[in-house]
Design a protein around this ligand. Structure first.
Ligand code: ADP
Ligand code: MG
Ligand code: MG
Length: 479
């Protein structure tokens, strides 16, 4: 099927010499403002390289962008309610847990802390709802997924916008800047952390970032620390891996989490969302210790469970949105952003979904309960996997999702180490809207949208994770 193309912000291609010149400027701007990452191949802590980015802002329909922004608080609240509905979470995840050890481990921690009595009833969510445009349906946005843990690129996206604006000015296109929406993702996300800190209300307490052994996406994380430190000089931030937390953090008799002699007010997970981040039982032990504590967790364990693909699929089933949101107009607006989502459980509808996917595998994506990119199956792999798992319980660990067909955009992707100038290529963009929410089961203290990210990948690539090395950071140019 041929995909339509959205018009670029200025006519392309650029003339060769102009292109070479602005690419050099863009790279230097990016490096000098920290739009960077650490090099995976030649790792050193002493250097960063540019994060992959798209040279000019990619077109995005304004009505769809606005819709996504407006929906964010509604989706935040929906996920908050889902996370606090024990019965719904349990029923929804039940079959996947039998065959997915990682999700089962998270679930067991949730059950344990609930049975003990939760020491902290407040949750902090720094969420990101991701969308692709559905070209056959007037480029209306469809939700790819809802991230509740370690939603990244708020900081880099906030800065990249300024780089893109600089490049447009260098091209003599300053009048186009008005089409680039403001992006306060970094300050918005950080204020979520500081508001949670204030609700914790213990002077001298600290914030703990849970990080990977090696943080390739170091700039994005550090900018959060710098921002918090700037705005709130009274707040100290610690970075620890789960392994270090196992060694160093303790629970006192009031269930406060103590690190380096300080009470931890807020725990912000930038790690802990995939199996490799728990190499031994120690890391699971550390996670349990944190969850048992009075610290406000971002996300709480039930927020993390609510962010599973299985929950996303269950929300799309008839009547479920109504159960959480009533039957008003907002429910209809949320349903509109859902695309076909199907359970693969061993029941009648699961069998129907398997048959449907086997008949036309290209129409679907097969997704396990995983985060971080690179875990889904497409096309022929969907078919092969379903044939293999047809009679195996393993099937219940996956959901089936209709494949979204986004419109093409044209652009230049600038990558570290790649030849200059880059070729003009066909790309597709995925929009992410950040959301901040803080609340208990019964009371929501804050709930707002907090800026956006745009991430663009080669049109023929299945996935476009920037951290995974496939996609590029981008900024929307509203049409
Ligand atoms: P993860 O939690 O690993 O990021 P996603 O659901 O976001 O999982 O899938 C990863 C990527 O796969 C997305 O960023 C998108 O590029 C692609 N993708 C996921 N679902 C679909 C879909 N239904 N149609 C088209 N592409 C998809
Ligand atoms: Mg995700
Ligand atoms: Mg994703």
């Amino acid at each position: 099927m041929s995909q339509a193309r959205l018009a670029s912000c200025i006519p392309l291609p650029l003339e060769h010499r102009t292109l070479v010149s602005v690419v050099e400027k863009a790279k230097d701007w990016a490096l000098m403002h920290g739009v960077g990452m650490r090099d995976r191949k030649h790792f050193t802590k002493d250097a960063i390289q540019i994060a992959p980015f798209v040279l000019l802002p990619s077109p995005f329909p304004k009505t769809e962008f606005t819709k996504a922004i407006e929906l964010q608080p509604i989706l935040n609240e929906l996920m908050h309610k889902v996370a606090h509905d024990d019965e719904f979470l349990t029923n929804t995840l039940q079959n996947a847990l039998q065959v997915d050890e990682f999700t089962a481990n998270l679930f067991d921690i949730w059950v344990k802390v609930r049975d003990e009595g939760m020491a902290q009833t407040l949750s902090l969510g720094l969420f990101r709802s991701d969308y692709l445009m559905q070209n056959p349906d007037s480029n209306s946005i469809k939700q790819v997924e809802f991230n509740t843990v370690a939603s990244s690129f708020g900081a880099l996206s906030s800065y990249l916008r300024d780089m893109t604006r600089y490049i447009l000015r260098q091209l003599g296109q300053a009048e186009l800047l008005k089409n680039m929406p403001e992006n306060r993702a970094l300050s918005g996300l950080c204020s979520g952390i500081t508001e949670a800190y204030d609700l914790f209300g213990v002077p001298g307490s600290v914030v703990l970032f849970v990080v990977e052994e090696v943080s390739y996406n170091i700039c994005d994380q550090r900018f959060h620390e710098f921002e918090i430190s700037e705005k709130r000089p009274d707040i100290m931030i610690y970075r620890r891996t789960l392994t270090e937390i196992y060694e160093e953090a303790t629970l006192n008799d009031k269930k406060q989490l103590i690190l380096d002699g300080h009470t931890v007010a807020v725990v912000y997970y930038r790690s802990g969302y995939e199996p490799a981040q728990y190499p031994t039982a120690k890391e699971w032990d550390a996670r349990l210790r944190v969850e048992r504590s009075t610290s406000i967790k971002c996300p709480s364990i039930h927020y993390q469970l609510a962010g599973t693909k299985k929950v996303q699929q269950a929300l799309a089933a008839p009547g479920v949105l109504e159960k959480f949101m009533g039957a008003g107009a907002a429910t209809g607006r949320v349903r509109d952003i859902f695309t076909g989502l199907y359970s693969l459980d061993f029941d009648e509808s699961g069998e129907r979904a398997v048959d449907m996917a086997l008949a036309d595998a290209e129409r679907f994506v097969l997704k396990p309960q995983r985060e971080g990119g690179g875990n889904n199956l497409y096309g022929a792999d969907v078919r092969e996997a379903l044939l293999r798992m047809r009679h195996s319980r393993e099937r219940a660990a996956y959901i089936l999702m209709e494949r979204i067909l986004p419109p093409l955009v044209s652009g230049y992707v600038v990558r570290p180490g790649a030849a200059v100038p880059p070729p003009l290529t066909d790309l597709v963009s995925e929009l992410g809207i950040f959301g901040v929410i803080i609340g208990t089961k019964d009371k929501i203290y804050c709930n707002r949208q907090a800026g956006h990210m745009l991430r663009t990948k080669l049109a023929d690539a299945n996935e476009g994770g920037v951290a995974a090395g496939l996609g590029a950071l981008d900024s929307p140019f509203l049409l």
